[in-house]
Design a protein around this ligand. Structure first.
Ligand code: SAM
Length: 261
């Protein structure tokens, strides 16, 4: 089967969609909504791969200090170890009024080929990750999110338009921006600023130190093995005001919350 394996491998990008990203996203999105005073959010995940981040409110998360967030009855249960003494905010995420993923090549969990590829990208000796991916894909398939294909710089304005006027659009990026040339990252940021000129907008990022433009790197060196959790929430101002609200390791398996909340 060498020829067919090679044909698939050169066409597809490896995907590591499964893991604890929602352990980071859930409290950060809830915090963004609190700062803007929003009672509903519309999630726009950029570089979404299979769009599993769009279910942040539908999973259950337990933190090592005993805190829990999300849905305790969900089939997807995540855990995350807290680093440092500061607890994460206990606030629940508001209602999610819209979910849209943006990717050059989104993976559709309801399609057999894409689902098989997502499974193939996991290490075969980690059955617990495989089981969680199955649960996450099944959850996503119960209410498939809108997946918009294309370059984020071009597609994001259309994604904002899908979010009802009374909901806060929250753009999320997790380990996506290093795949954008620097110029595209800046143009992406510009798109957020443009949207924020006419409505409140938030951006939650989990990216390597110094990767997300405008998010402070806290003096951390690039490629230092952890990532910065960024939050930019704007209401009625033309420019995004960005801050670093935490650090995380291993895509959310460890998390240090830094922000006052
Ligand atoms: C490493 S994956 C990250 C996926 C996911 N966010 C995660 O946390 O694992 C990067 C994703 O960004 C997408 N991507 C790269 N450049 C892009 C662009 N200009 N516009 C939209 N998506 C892009 C790729 O197709 C890929 O799915």
């Amino acid at each position: 089967m060498t020829d067919s394996v090679v044909a698939i491998a050169v066409r597809r990008q490896t995907r590591a969609s499964e893991t604890g990203r929602c352990a980071v996203l859930y409290p950060a999105i809830a915090e963004a909504a609190r700062r803007v005073g929003a009672n509903a959010v519309g999630l726009i995940d950029v570089g979404c791969s299979a769009g599993l981040n769009l279910n942040a409110d539908r999973v259950g998360i337990t933190y090592s200090n005993g805190q829990s967030l999300g849905d305790p009855s969900s089939a997807v249960q995540l855990s995350s170890s807290l680093v440092g003494d500061r607890p994460i905010p206990a606030r629940a995420m508001p209602e999610v009024a819209a979910r849209a993923g943006v990717d050059l090549d989104p993976a559709d969990v309801t399609g057999a080929d894409d689902a098989r590829w997502l499974r193939a990208c996991l290490w075969p000796d980690q059955p617990e990750r495989a089981a969680r991916l199955e649960a996450e894909m099944a959850l996503a398939a119960t209410a498939p999110a809108l997946l918009l294909q294309g370059d984020a710089v071009e597609v994001v304005p259309g994604a904002f338009a899908r979010v009802p006027a009374d909901a806060l659009p929250v753009v999320t990026t997790t380990w996506a921006l290093p795949h954008f040339p620097l110029q595209s990252r800046l143009r992406f940021l510009h798109r957020l600023g443009e949207a924020a000129a006419s409505r409140a907008v938030a951006w939650v990022s989990a990216e390597g130190a110094g990767v997300a433009p405008a998010i402070p790197a806290l003096g951390d060196r690039r490629a230092s093995g952890h990532s910065i959790i960024g939050l930019a929430a704007v209401s009625g101002r033309p420019a995004l005001r960005a801050e670093a609200i935490g650090r995380c390791w291993s895509q959310g398996r460890l998390l240090a919350w830094l922000a006052d909340s």
